[in-house]
Design a protein around this ligand. Structure first.
Ligand SMILES: Nc1ncnc2c1ncn2[C@@H]1O[C@H](COP(=O)(O)OP(=O)(O)OP(=O)(O)O)[C@@H](O)[C@H]1O
Ligand SMILES: [Mg+2]
Length: 500
């Protein structure tokens, strides 16, 4: 007898439908899986057999052929265990075929017939209604994650027996999504803890408001790491769609905390400088998102930036430009979104004290040059704001004055972002992502502003790209200032954050 079970495979954070056809016929007993399954799917045969027997069903002593279609979609991982097992049971008449066709099935089996959590359940659930499915049979452990999707009947199951029962007599379960979880609450501190450093705080505010990348350079202990860690807190809350994307990426990466609901906090990722290029941008034979995608809609913090290997820094250039990575594999490319605010931190020289009037720097000019040149020109070109973070004067540290707290800064950022998203001639894009043409349209300079930027580009010999960068930052500063036109004051402030 022939049976069909519907399942799906994840590519990037999108899902492709996979149909599992099972044919059970008379002949020499065998169990063959065809249709380009990778090694992990082929290995699942013994697991499926054992799980079926341990659940009290008979595994047919017949010729069992399983075809995963379409053949050109690469099927990897173990989430086809459950659909294959159910297909075998449907083909032998244990399950009524009527319901099997309409319900999407995912899940990995353990030997005792239990069902384990699967990766990428959220993107599959989110795509299911679009593909015409009304029901999703999924591991109980993933039910919280899927519950945020509306328009689907859910059948969460913990064992193969429950799955069989659910298909024979479908009774949808109403899942209540958990309160949104917060991955980053423990990382944020508050900006109220940071003394002084007005230029750096301002740069981070501008970066958050316009989505700009920023580089903080200064001597050890001046507060660079401290401020960067607080930066995700000044970004506005994620919208529902953004949260769905962020949660999907974490789901595909297998990084959702158990029982997690929708991730609502902006991600903050701070990979160590020994990270490999694949871990940073994503990859692997089954493509997984890297740190830059886990930082999507949030902050990617590269502390001690010149210590990252040159190769790792260079692979960042393309995603910084495009806001996504495409990982090509023979069968199909996976696309992972990667739009984040990059915050880099570095010391100005290897010893850290060049330019510090109170301490002597021991580095030679060559050492300083070599250190600074670890960040290539093209990479620096993608960083809109560069700011010097000087050592804190001793008085500042003991002063009783409290600094501005995170939520006050965030309300200004929210306002500036709202101005950008309501701008019609740019399609509502953030200033950092405007095309040169949209930038010109969005930047109505007043007469003084125009004069100043012309003067600056002659005196400072700005390249075309640097010119755009100044304009972009000036636009964000004007947005923070509630100004329709970009005035000389905004341009002047933007020029201060220019890289040298
Ligand atoms: N501006 C500041 N306000 C309050 N505390 C500060 C400030 N700067 C530094 N500190 C204190 O010093 C500690 C070290 O600062 P931080 O780690 O941010 O320095 P850094 O600039 O990253 O140095 P390095 O270059 O060595 O990485 C902080 O945890 C904090 O306690
Ligand atoms: Mg530091």
């Amino acid at each position: 007898m022939l049976a069909c079970v519907r399942s799906a495979a994840v590519f990037g954070i999108d899902a492709a439908p996979v149909t599992i056809e099972v044919d059970v016929s008379f002949g020499l007993p065998c169990f063959t899986v065809v249709g380009l399954p990778d090694a992990s799917v082929r290995e699942s045969r013994d697991r499926i057999k054992t799980a079926v027997r341990n659940s009290g069903y008979e595994f047919p002593r017949m010729r069992v052929i399983v075809n995963l279609a379409p053949a050109d979609v690469r099927k990897a991982g173990s989430s086809f265990d459950l659909p294959i097992a159910l297909g075998v049971l449907a083909a032998t008449g244990v399950i009524s075929q009527r319901n099997v066709e309409k319900i999407l099935v995912l899940g990995e089996l353990s030997l005792d017939g239990g069902i384990q959590a699967a990766r990428g359940v959220l993107p599959i659930a989110a795509a299911a209604p679009r593909r015409g499915f009304r029901g999703l049979l999924l591991p109980e452990a993933n039910s919280r994650e899927a519950a945020v999707v509306s328009g689907l009947d859910f059948y969460p199951v913990g064992s193969l027996r429950q799955a069989v029962a659910a298909l024979n007599d479908p009774q949808p379960v109403v899942l209540t999504a958990l309160p949104d979880s917060d991955l980053t609450e423990h990382v944020h501190g508050d900006f109220a803890d940071v003394r002084g450093q007005f230029a750096a705080r301002r740069a981070l505010e501008i970066a958050a408001a316009g989505g700009h990348n920023v580089l903080l350079a200064g001597p050890p202990g001046s507060g660079k790491t401290m401020m960067a860690r607080r930066a995700a807190g000044i970004l506005p809350a994620l919208t529902f769609d953004e949260a769905l994307e962020v949660t999907s990426i974490h789901s595909v990466a297998g990084l959702l905390p158990p029982g997690a609901g929708l991730l609502r906090a902006r991600p903050f990722r701070a990979p160590h400088h020994t990270i490999s290029d694949i871990a940073l941008v994503g990859g692997g034979s089954i493509p997984r998102p890297g740190e830059i995608s886990l930082a999507h809609h949030g902050v990617l913090f590269l502390d001690e930036m010149p210590e990252f290997s040159r190769q790792v820094l260079e692979v960042l250039r393309q995603p910084l430009e495009d806001g996504m990575v495409r990982i090509a594999r023979a069968q199909r490319a996976s696309v992972f979104p990667a739009r984040f605010v990059l915050i880099g931190a570095m010391n100005p020289c290897p010893c850290g004290y060049v330019g510090d009037p109170r301490r002597g720097c021991r580095c030679t000019p060559q050492q300083i040059d070599r250190y600074a040149s670890r960040l290539s020109g093209p990479l620096r070109d993608r960083i809109d704001l560069t700011v010097t973070v000087p050592a804190l004067p001793p008085g500042d540290l003991t002063s009783e004055e409290t600094s501005e707290p995170t939520d006050v800064i965030r309300s200004r950022v929210e306002h500036a972002r709202a101005r950008q998203s309501s701008r019609e001639d740019t399609g509502g894009a953030l200033n950092a992502r405007l095309t040169p043409r949209a930038l010109r349209r969005a930047c109505a300079l007043d007469a003084d502003g125009r004069r100043l930027i012309q003067h600056a580009s002659e005196r400072l010999v700005l390249t075309a790209r640097a010119f755009d960068r100044v304009l972009r930052v000036a636009r964000t500063i004007a947005d923070l200032d509630h100004a329709e036109r970009v005035a000389a004051g905004h341009v002047a402030e933007a020029l201060q954050f220019r890289a040298y």
